[in-house]
Write a protein that binds this ligand. Structure first.
Ligand SMILES: C[S@@+](CC[C@H](N)C(=O)[O-])C[C@H]1O[C@@H](n2cnc3c(N)ncnc32)[C@H](O)[C@@H]1O
Length: 304
């Protein structure tokens, strides 16, 4: 029998961020073809299927485990969903396979899923000792351990600075290279320790663990997240039908900056309208209920 803890964990797997706001901005697309480029646990998918009667709901995820979980969760909508293992930037190929020439809504919810954060052996979190993996798609070759143990000091420094906005990037990269001369850094906790040592105590951030930024940077590098976002934005725009809506929820400033610039640029080129002049953020009540929503920002663009 399932324990209460297991049941709570199971529920958490599917809790979508800013779901009321997402439903509100997708209302004009009711009844259309929806593509969810980051299906995850299927939380947004279920809310949309229950409320907006999509003709077809297409779910894409690069994490095969997420697809299994989502399929179970969405079993009662079987006749209206199609799922694909792959990248959201491949949305064109997915639609082609379904013989569709476009979509009415495209949703990207860019954070990590609870499955990835809390699942066994995924290596995204410094909270527990695990192999340093961080691949969203476990069939991919490059892992975080490879990055940490084989990239040059200069490349590590650049990644920590650019993708983690980490001001101690140089010192951390140097200490990683010194450490790995003695032994390979293969676990999340070993890396977190090296990072902690590298930042003088009085400069440890107050609200987050000192390794948070380095872990974010590695995750972005391993999964090529920013390149993927740039490609996904272009592909998505191309395939949206007139009046189609593009919704993106991002969780850090690098992603949000890319989305904001792209939407503004499209509007300037007369391709449509930015519906959210300012990003929409979760209510205080949602943040209290679901701490993960805390840094979420939703932006919406409508194609002409
Ligand atoms: C925050 S979760 C999505 C949660 C989902 N909206 C829900 O309500 O359950 C993000 C998901 O996007 C997937 N993902 C991230 N980048 C991707 C990409 N480039 N292509 C396809 N899936 C991606 C991750 O594997 C993860 O499962």
């Amino acid at each position: 029998m399932e324990t209460r803890e297991e049941r709570e964990k199971e529920t958490l797997l599917h809790v979508p961020v800013m779901v009321d706001e997402v439903l509100h901005y997708l209302e004009p697309c009711r009844g259309g073809v929806f593509v969810d480029g980051t299906l995850g646990g299927g939380g947004h998918a279920r809310a949309i299927l229950e409320n907006l009667e999509p003709r077809l709901y297409v779910g894409i995820d690069r994490d095969e485990e997420a697809l299994d979980v989502a399929l179970q969760y969405l079993a009662s909508f079987e006749d209206r969903i199609e799922v694909f293992h792959g990248l959201y930037s491949q949305v064109g190929e997915v639609l082609e396979e379904l013989n569709l020439d476009g979509m009415d809504a495209f949703l990207l919810d860019l954070g990590l899923s609870s499955l990835q954060l809390e699942g066994e052996g995924r290596g995204f979190s410094f909270q527990k000792e695990e192999p340093l993996d961080m691949r969203m798609d476990r069939s991919q070759e490059l892992t975080a351990a490879q990055v940490v143990n084989t990239y040059s000091q200069g490349d590590l420094e650049r990644i920590f600075r650019e993708y983690g906005e980490e001001r101690w990037a140089k010192k951390i990269a140097r200490n990683i290279v010194d450490t790995r001369r003695k032994f390979a850094i293969t676990t999340t906790t070993a890396l977190a320790q090296v990072v902690e040592w590298s930042i003088p105590k009085k400069f440890h951030p107050k609200k987050i663990h000192p390794a948070t930024r380095v872990f974010q940077a590695l995750r972005i590098e391993v999964n090529r997240e920013l390149e993927e976002l740039e490609r996904g934005l272009e592909e998505g725009l191309e395939l949206l039908r007139p009046k189609g809506r593009f919704l993106v929820i991002s969780f850090h400033s690098l992603e949000d900056g890319i989305v904001k610039r792209a939407f503004r640029e499209w509007e300037k080129r007369g391709l449509g309208e930015v519906i959210t002049k300012k990003p929409v953020t979760p209510s205080a009540e949602e943040v209290e209920r679901n701490i993960r929503s805390r840094s979420g920002k939703l932006r919406v663009f409508e194609k002409r």
